[in-house]
Design a protein around this ligand. Sequence first.
Ligand SMILES: NC(=O)C1=CN([C@@H]2O[C@H](COP(=O)(O)OP(=O)(O)OC[C@H]3O[C@@H](n4cnc5c(N)ncnc54)[C@H](O)[C@@H]3O)[C@@H](O)[C@H]2O)C=CC1
Ligand SMILES: O=C(O)[C@@H]1CCC=N1
Length: 277
Amino acid sequence: MKVGFIGTGSMGRIMIEAFIQSGALHPGQITITNRTIAKAEQLAMIYPGLQLSHSNVDVTLQSDILFICVKPLEYKTVLVQIKEHIKQLQILVSITSPVLIRHLEELLPCKIAKVIPSITNYVSSGAALCIYSERMTNADIEVLERLLSHISSPIRVAETHTRISSDLSSCGPAFLSLFLQKFIDAAVEETGMSKVDATLLASEMLLGTGKLLTTGGFTPLTLQQQVAVPGGITAEGLRIMEKELRGMFNNLIRTTHNKYDEDVAKVEAAFFGTKVE
Ligand SMILES: NC(=O)C1=CN([C@@H]2O[C@H](COP(=O)(O)OP(=O)(O)OC[C@H]3O[C@@H](n4cnc5c(N)ncnc54)[C@H](O)[C@@H]3O)[C@@H](O)[C@H]2O)C=CC1
Ligand SMILES: O=C(O)[C@@H]1CCC=N1
């Protein structure tokens, strides 16, 4: 199987490295390109055998599965370049949420999947959110999910829930990291503890909490109940958090959804010249 990547910025690079490091693909199976070619060249130097190309069309021609890893408003340029060259049996994978399956179907003759990865895939964990065009057969889906399962848990979601799923799975690592950073900064400010020690403790705690919630049989609620013994110290901390965080996540979710709606409208305008004031 030959796999291509157009775009080797932050997420393209993470996926390429994760596929190689997990043993899912050997470098010789992968062809890459990037607008600023130096970024792709750097990767090709690190992984001998990785095929470097200077042309999006060339990568398209060489790939059974083609990952498009550019920003939403950069899709149009790439798709216009490749649409005459991509064949019905090839699978194009978009990794961004605001480019909808129907946008891609309208422009391209090939099989289409939307797979929203997460930075957590870099360490072969976390989800890959999967949404499929009806052009994907069960066999196509099996091939793609077998590949993705080396670096993630492929989880199928409805396209109408892409944004919220992506908030949790793909933006979540950044949201949780801000939360930890605030916790760490406060620990340092309030007690004089070293930032290195506080960061180590917080990170180990997060890893352990993730394990308890995924394989340890806990839910977020039962975990709180287990730790917060009645009348204890944790309960006091939880009381403060309940008060301070009230409405915060609703606000966050409304904000990401508004931004998503704006991005979808911009993508539509870029693709079809409509629908943006
Ligand atoms: N960063 C993250 O954690 C996640 C990102 N994504 C999605 O991944 C996509 C890429 O995001 P990042 O990697 O963070 O952005 P980035 O800006 O780091 O990477 C985009 C790359 O595409 C290249 N590029 C742009 N136009 C091109 C063209 N016409 N031909 C070839 N290459 C071109 C750029 O040079 C750049 O290296 C976005 O659509 C984003 O929504 C999805 C899930 C998580
Ligand atoms: O398109 C998305 O939803 C992802 C999540 C993080 C960045 N882009």
